[in-house]
Design a protein around this ligand. Structure first.
Ligand code: SAH
Length: 269
């Protein structure tokens, strides 16, 4: 299958393409079925696998990483806390987000899940945190990295292998960048898993970059849009966009149900 402007380039006009033909970003390349050429010039799967994510970390293709505490988290932390102090906060698909140490420094217990070991190690190294590293009973091959003060635990595993059996349920959740990272076919599974990780009274702050407010009511979860902000920067302009809206939602359990179908019900894509 050929996509977009991508066809085999011949090194000399009129020559037949062959296996030695050089492929570059600026010229034309063949894109196999089910793959795309990403903005770094690499072929990757249309639905990113955990291996694709690990490769992105190896190649430092981590444009999503912010070098500052997320402003909307700072602004809305009180919503997560809801009057409580020193709560247990979950950060799914955490990367090496600076938000985690910022929360831990305020006395909260922070638990993250990240599939890339590079990301986990970089977080501890860049934050100058000493840590212990142990296998996780119940998840073959997984490891938990714990800061020496015990405030921060990062589980290095696939999110879909994580559950409340591993680290209990959480009082608060800060979720930024997961919905775009999770493949559409996994969103229902993700929503169900996240709901099972919510303790009663959990305040779940969900950051998305595209969301239809009219589709925002769920049967088993309350979803409230609490902030919409213009997040357009040169990075998004370089993707050809002239509008990029970031939104913060508060998700709370309506009842202590074990299934939250809000993303499926409301076609949150
Ligand atoms: N929340 C972070 C990172 C968002 S990017 C931030 O705000 O910076 C998504 C992250 O999820 C990447 O670091 C990627 O390696 C990780 N990831 C993708 N799929 C995953 C999975 N199935 N399980 C665990 N981590 C995953």
């Amino acid at each position: 299958m050929y996509l977009g402007c991508t066809v085999w380039q011949t090194s000399t006009a009129g020559q037949t393409p062959n296996n030695h033909t050089k492929r570059t970003m600026s010229t034309d390349v063949a894109i196999p079925e089910g793959k795309r050429l990403n903005k770094y010039g690499d072929l990757e799967n249309l639905d990113l696998t955990v291996e694709d994510w690990m490769t992105r970390w190896e190649k430092k293709h981590i444009g999503f990483h912010k070098h500052e505490i997320h402003k909307l988290l700072q602004k809305h932390l009180d919503t997560i806390l809801n009057g409580r102090k020193q709560i247990c906060i979950f950060i799914p698909l955490c990367g090496k987000s600076l938000d985690m140490k910022w929360l831990a420094d305020q006395g909260h217990t922070v638990v993250g899940v990240e599939v890339s070991k590079i990301a986990v190690k970089e977080l501890f190294a860049e934050q100058n945190l000493s840590y212990t590293q142990e296998p996780v009973p119940g998840i073959p091959g997984a490891e938990v990295f714990k800061s020496s003060d015990g405030q921060l635990s990062l589980f290095n595993c696939d999110m879909f292998e994580f559950s409340s059996l591993i680290a209990g349920k959480f009082d608060g959740i800060w979720d930024r960048g997961s919905l775009v990272a999770i493949n559409p076919s996994d969103r229902q599974r993700y929503a169900k898993l996240m709901t099972k990780l919510m303790a009663n009274g959990c305040q779940y702050l969900l950051d998305t970059v595209a969301y239809d407010q009219n589709k925002c009511a769920g049967q088993s979860c309350n979803i409230q849009l609490i902030e919409t902000t213009d997040a357009l920067t040169d990075r998004q302009r370089s993707w050809g966009l002239d509008s990029f809206i970031e939104q913060i939602h508060l998700v709370t359990l309506k009842t202590d149900v074990d299934s939250c179908a809000f993303m499926e019900e409301h076609k949150l894509h």
